[in-house]
Design a protein around this ligand. Sequence first.
Ligand code: APR
Ligand code: PHB
Length: 393
Amino acid sequence: MRTQVAIIGAGPSGLLLGQLLHLQGIDNVILEARSGDYVLSRIRAGVLEQGMMDLLRKAGAGARMDREGHLHEGISLSFSGRRERIDLKQLTGGKTVMVYGQTEVTHDLMDARQAAGAQTIYEAQDVAVHDFYTDHPRVTFVKDGQLVELHCDYIAGCDGFHGVTRQSVPADAIRTFERVYPFGWLGVLSHTPPVSDELIYANHERGFALCSMRTPTLSRYYVQCSLEDKVGEWSDQRFWDELKRRLPADVADTLVTGPSIEKSIAPLRSFVAEPMKYGRLFLVGDAAHIVPPTGAKGLNLAASDVSTLYDVLRMAYQEGRTDLLDKYSEVCLRRIWKAERFSWWMTSALHRFSDDPFAQRIQEAELDYFTGSVAGRTTIAENYVGLPYEVVG
Ligand code: APR
Ligand code: PHB
């Protein structure tokens, strides 16, 4: 088999890149270890920056998002028993975010790819990348018991944090940076009206809480929990009681509870791999970096990587500008480290790290200070809506 760009992984990164390249006539094949149904069963975050919205539309997969997604003009931070609104739109000269689930984004991209007739090979086993430091990279995999070889010009590693591509680069060529946080998030999805029209991020001495949503009848809530906790130890009643304790009283009083339809615990991690290009292999999205979910940046960072890789590949194929491929890593990493900083800051300011009351008061002072001035609120707002994409070339 032969293609121009071999894409490993059919998560949002791989699907978005594949679709954008396909629309420019750049041939690509996506190899995915799991089945399409499995990929669609994963519940992830759901806040899209402007850059991600624009890319989805450019990929011809934005129509349902524009119909069913909800634009949000603000978020609230709650601490010390009060609530402070960050007016995203006013503080950023008109920018907003879109609440639309990542599962739906993936669904729309899969549909667009299928409609375009582009090839995705699901349940591709033993995917391995070879010869990416030469001009003739290859990918091998096993499909239905047969070993298949895919020849290509470039490989895009869109295979997530646990994927094979990052693990295939020589140990002395890669440098990684990591912080693992000493707590997790317990998330609940329920068919109840969201407690607020906008997201509420809560600092509380019992731990962090987040009120989010998917639709006007589908809520998503989280509470910080111990990494030792098991989902089975958290009955719905215990979850709702704990969530209410961590919210300002006026919010807790109006919370509508109901049976959970999904409940899971996720660890929190910051991680960056440098560089993001190894010969003709490019790492994209979660394969190269992880952020804790507190700033809603995971999917959006994947989108900015895709945008940059799409730009440099398009200019390499259409204008012969192969020199720009070498810019991919540095351009991506500049934006990634700023989003890592913001996600780490949000996590640090909002979670309980210890039972030290001094630390709690310092967090409250920090939140009071940042929300108490236009400069502080603007800093939060411009990072939350997403920093600008860098133009390459
Ligand atoms: N071979 C083929 N496919 C693989 C392999 C492999 N060895 N390992 C992993 N994959 C697939 C996974 O099954 C998954 O479908 O790669 C895909 C990676 O998708 P994601 O983990 O969703 O990563 P990415 O596409 O970069 O999405 C960005 O942003 O909000 C965050 O973590 C969230 O998934 C989200 C991410
Ligand atoms: C979510 O709705 O799942 C969500 C929203 C915002 C975050 C994290 C998760 O920061």
